[in-house]
Design a binder for this molecule. Structure first.
Ligand code: CP
Length: 305
């Protein structure tokens, strides 16, 4: 593969190979001397049209640990503000001969479009409600390290599934590796055609969590709802917020995940987010390892200029 645009299109073998490569990068990242030379002399541009804490910083750290020169494009102060289109911007950056462009964009499909317009490798860092492939890979790595496998586990993905690229990429990946995926949400936050995809769905949180090995919470994406979220955030927490009482319905020792950023007291209680069953900090560490693995896997396909 020349690009990583989504989990869709990757085989289970591709996914396992990336996870194995990432496993090795965890060790690299835990050493005092972290620098490798796989991407020495290469140029990586991070192009984020939406805010990010975890994804952008970990792609920057990953690129630098592999020896690349990494440039973070400041979209907010770029000529996008003067009306330049995504395609013209892509052509402009392409003329500077980067080897890799990492893109986050608010429109589903924008990253695929950009990939057709440039000569280098493109990595999707989240496009609208479509895909966030490196998030699903880091979640899978975190699960595999804690449970030893993914096959046969029951994973409950809970909350704002309708607007979530994280949910979509995880659903595809976890199903490909043989997990039983459940979707738990109010019916208004489930995609209308979800039944067609064959996932078990629940509108009752306690039933959806019953016997789950992994509880994966999602952020309520109020910014994608045009101010039309009903009921109130307080009521949402009462029915769908993960607290210790609801978590007690999952398997004893079930593990809790959240991609971040968290809204404490909206989809997750602090007692759970900071509790012994939480993997949230480990997910962040795995994010760097997975992004190093993805960049390294693409290295053999980078342009020979
Ligand atoms: N999980 C995730 O994508 O976080 P950021 O939006 O902070 O990058």
């Amino acid at each position: 593969h020349r690009h990583l645009l989504g989990i869709e299109g990757l085989s289970p073998l591709d996914i396992e190979a990336l996870l194995d490569l990432a496993e090795a990068q965890v060790e690299v990242s835990r050493q005092v001397e972290k620098k490798k030379s796989t991407l020495r002399g290469r140029t990586q541009i991070n192009l984020f049209f939406e805010p990010s804490t975890r994804t952008q910083s970990s792609f920057e750290i990953a690129g630098k640990r592999l020896g690349a020169d990494v440039m973070n494009m400041s979209v907010a102060s770029s000529s996008v503000k003067k009306g330049e289109t995504l395609i013209d911007m892509a052509a402009t950056l392409n003329a500077m001969r980067p080897d890799l462009i990492v893109v986050r964009h608010h429109a589903a499909g924008a990253v695929h479009l950009l990939a057709q317009k440039v000569d280098c490798s493109v990595v999707n860092a989240g496009d609208g409600a479509h895909e966030h492939p490196t998030q699903a890979l880091l979640d899978a790595l975190t699960i595999r390290r804690n449970k030893g496998r993914i096959q046969g586990l029951t994973v409950a993905i809970c909350g704002d599934i309708l607007h979530s690229r994280v949910a979509r990429s995880n659903m595809i990946l976890l199903a490909a590796l043989g997990a039983r995926v459940r979707l738990v949400a109010p019916s208004t936050l489930l995609p209308p055609d979800i039944g067609r995809l064959g996932f078990e769905t629940f509108t009752d949180m306690r039933k959806g969590l019953d016997g789950a090995d992994i509880v994966m919470m999602l952020r309520l994406q109020l910014e994608r709802m045009n101010g039309s979220f009903v009921p109130s955030v307080k009521e949402y927490f009462r029915f769908y917020g993960l607290d210790q009482e609801k978590l007690s319905y999952a398997k004893p020792g079930a593990l809790v995940m959240h991609p971040g950023p968290m809204n404490r007291g909206v989809e997750i209680a602090s007692e759970v987010a900071d509790g012994a069953q939480s993997l949230i900090r480990e997910q962040v560490e795995m994010g760097v390892a997975v992004r190093m693995a993805v960049l390294e896997a693409l290295a053999s396909h980078l342009p020979n200029r």
